[in-house]
Design a protein around this ligand. Structure first.
Ligand SMILES: Cc1cc2nc3c(=O)[nH]c(=O)nc-3n(C[C@H](O)[C@H](O)[C@H](O)COP(=O)(O)OP(=O)(O)OC[C@H]3O[C@@H](n4cnc5c(N)ncnc54)[C@H](O)[C@@H]3O)c2cc1C
Length: 398
């Protein structure tokens, strides 16, 4: 196993660290303030647009894309430390570098499975950061952690397909910058479960597609939103089907693998930042005759945080190395394992950082509460812990 950074990655890492120090961290407050003051808090901010221009200029762009025809072609082992750095400012750095979900997964789908016309129409502007996108799989009516339950119908009608159903938790769909949604639904109801589904491209301005509401995350409304969308007789050309009809389940599996590992890499960066904040705070803050850092309980939190983060990182690097050397299919169980380990480790660290800050950790001056809310969603988004544990357990039992 070799987790070493290539020379190219080392250069990008230096560049990214400088970008974060000189531009990203100091833009965080201004970005939030702009969102709060705006009539449309969901769409991109001028702060982010400016950051995107700088990132593009510095070559810190689309680093997630392993395909070397459309993107920089970094391996997962090379991308991991970069994604971790971006995760330190998870609300803006991934988007500023065009490495944010759900666009990353959608771009990978279009790169791998899209037709030439689909790539020209949607992949090219997505790669340029000119538009954003959504991925519509989860449905309010059914337990969507088992995608075989999905009910949204995609029915052939002449030269078109007609989509009917309701989706929710569709990240990014409330933003005006979001122009396209990849929708998963049933095209072949009589086929075996894994061949029933297809993915279809639905432009956001298609008649009958209605963004009904944004769902808050523990009371926070995130930029882009997590939207509930009704598809009422939404008609799109048959050419908008991605790949073959019936291949949706396989495409979803291919899409979610890289997406999950990226989330894990970023959440480790978030945990590192929370640990940094905890260390700083406990050295400054005094109680009962000395700095909080002198207290054995606090030292135990710090030591435990370091050990949990390092364990999670090693497991993530191992999964990244396995994807690079054996393919994402071979790494399926490893990806499920890190999808449980990384968010839970990060949550433990962030929780202790909140505790060490006292009341200040609960408010929004330090950003720890937003971090906690974000990391907590990852125990459900892209598959709940229990389903990933089931994958690991079944592999063990086999
Ligand atoms: C912030 C956020 C962003 C999201 N973004 C998107 C998006 O962009 N696009 C999209 O399509 N979806 C998105 N989702 C939805 C997410 O992927 C689903 O919520 C998730 O897959 C679970 O599906 P469900 O909500 O229907 O839960 P259900 O399937 O109803 O499951 C509920 C609970 O049952 C338990 N459970 C399920 N299966 C098992 C099992 N085998 N063993 C034991 N317990 C089990 C788990 O605890 C699970 O949490 C997002 C969710 C969140 C919170």
């Amino acid at each position: 196993m070799d987790f070493g950074m290539s020379e190219r990655c080392e250069g990008l890492r230096e560049e990214l660290l400088t970008f974060m120090d000189e531009h990203v961290y100091r833009a965080e407050k201004a970005n939030l303030a702009e969102m709060e003051a705006s009539d449309d808090p969901y769409s991109g901010t001028s702060v982010l647009r400016a950051l995107k221009e700088i990132a593009k200029e510095k070559g810190l762009w689309n680093l997630f894309l392993p395909d070397d025809e459309w993107g920089p072609g970094l391996s997962n082992v090379d991308y991991a430390p970069l994604a971790e750095i971006m995760g330190r400012s998870a609300e803006i750095a991934p988007e500023a570098t065009n490495c944010a979900a759900p666009d990353t997964g959608n771009m990978e789908v279009l790169t791998t499975f899209g037709s030439h016309d689909q790539q020209q129409e949607w992949l090219v502007p997505l790669l340029a950061g000119e538009i954003r996108s959504a991925f519509s799989m989860t449905e309010p009516r059914v337990a969507s952690s088992d995608p075989r339950n999905l009910e949204t119908s995609i029915v052939a009608d002449g030269e078109d397909f007609v989509v009917n159903g309701r989706k929710w938790w569709i990240t990014g769909a409330s933003s005006k910058e979001c122009k396209i949604s990849i929708v998963m639904g049933v095209t072949n109801p009589d086929a075996p479960p894994k061949q029933r589904f297809s993915m279809i491209l639905v432009p956001m301005d298609t008649p009958g597609m209605i963004v009904e509401r944004d769902l808050p995350v523990f009371g926070f409304h995130e930029r882009g939103g997590h939207s509930q969308i009704a598809y009422n007789n939404v008609r799109v050309p048959a050419a908008n089907i991605i790949g073959e009809p019936g291949s949706g389940y396989q495409i979803a599996q291919a899409r979610l693998g890289p997406g999950r590992i990226h989330h894990c890499m970023r959440v480790i960066g978030m945990a590192e930042r929370a640990l940094d904040m905890m260390k700083k705070r406990v050295k400054l803050r005094k109680a009962f005759g000395g700095p909080l850092a002198d207290n054995a309980v606090i030292q135990e939190w710090i030591a435990e945080s370091r050990m949990r983060i390092d364990q999670a990182r090693l497991l993530v690097m191992h999964a990244a190395w396995k994807i690079d050397t054996m393919g994402s299919r071979a790494a399926r169980v490893d990806v499920s394992a890190i999808k449980v380990v990384a968010p839970n480790s990060a949550l433990w660290v962030i929780d202790k950082a909140i505790q060490a800050h006292g009341g200040a950790g609960i408010g929004d001056d330090f950003g720890l509460s937003r971090m906690y809310a974000f990391a907590r969603t990852l125990r459900i988004a892209d598959g709940p812990d229990e389903v990933h544990r089931m994958v690991v357990a079944r592999a063990e039992l086999r």
